[in-house]
Design a protein around this ligand. Structure first.
Ligand code: GAR
Length: 220
């Protein structure tokens, strides 16, 4: 059983997926505290609905990011958090948080890192013309979206996709892989070797592949 502290800034659909998986007994974790840096976001409603303790710690009023993170760390430690989960948390975290929770901060990013780091990724993917997009759960390091990758899911990008349709397709997979990553952590199956995170006990699928658009010539 791992004690989670979940940091949010918005709607919290990833938070909801984690709550649902815990309640369904699929995820061996307990959410000790949900912290939002933005007041009145929907994620806080979700916390209330499921009777999970929550806090707003606004970043406004802190001149230095480090001082803000110190407050966050104090709250996480007060709730005996073992793993910090960034679920749509739109703040860059500093070494203050990372030192308090070394390799114990996980983030979900809506792209196949290291491609399309940063924000507004869906439009950038459509504009670039990639044929696959996806999402990534990674441990957080001091860079932006650069930490060791735990799990990724790929989805096709279609010719008529917009940022909105692609976002929706990716989000569905986010809701699965975040809980999977947390469960692997809870089971002690993640082994970090430098940049690589090895997940123990998975069979290989040697000829697995995806092609988009699909190849038709061999079906003729
Ligand atoms: C998700 O798509 C998540 O990947 C993204 O924000 C969205 C939050 O949705 N996170 C980032 O871009 C982090 N840099 P949610 O609040 O409904 O979970």
């Amino acid at each position: 059983m791992v004690n989670l502290g979940v940091l949010v800034s918005g709607s919290g659909s990833n938070l909801q997926a984690i709550i649902d998986n815990i309640e369904a007994g699929r995820l061996d974790a307990r959410i000790r505290i949900i912290i939002s840096n933005v007041p009145d976001v929907f994620a806080l409603e979700r916390a209330k609905k499921h009777s999970i303790p929550s806090l707003v710690i606004s970043h406004k009023g802190y001149k230095r990011r480090e001082d803000f993170d110190k407050k966050i760390v104090e709250a996480l430690q007060a709730h005996e958090v073992g793993l910090v989960v960034l679920a749509g948390y739109m703040r860059v975290v500093t070494a203050v948080l990372l030192r308090a929770f070394p390799m114990r901060v996980m983030n979900i990013h809506p792209a196949l890192l290291p491609s399309f780091a940063g924000t507004h990724v869906w439009q950038a993917e459509v504009d670039y013309g990639v044929k696959f997009a996806g999402c990534t759960v990674h441990f957080v390091d001091e860079g932006t979206d650069t930490g060791p990758i735990i799990i990724q899911a790929a989805v096709p990008v279609y010719d008529d996709d917009t940022a909105e349709t692609l976002n929706a397709r990716i989000l569905k997979q986010e809701h699965k892989i975040f809980s999977q990553a947390i469960q692997l952590y809870a089971e002690g199956r993640l082994e970090i070797q430098g940049r690589r995170v090895l997940a123990k006990g998975f069979p290989k699928v040697p000829d697995a592949f995806m092609i988009n658009p699909p190849i038709e010539i061999f079906d003729r």
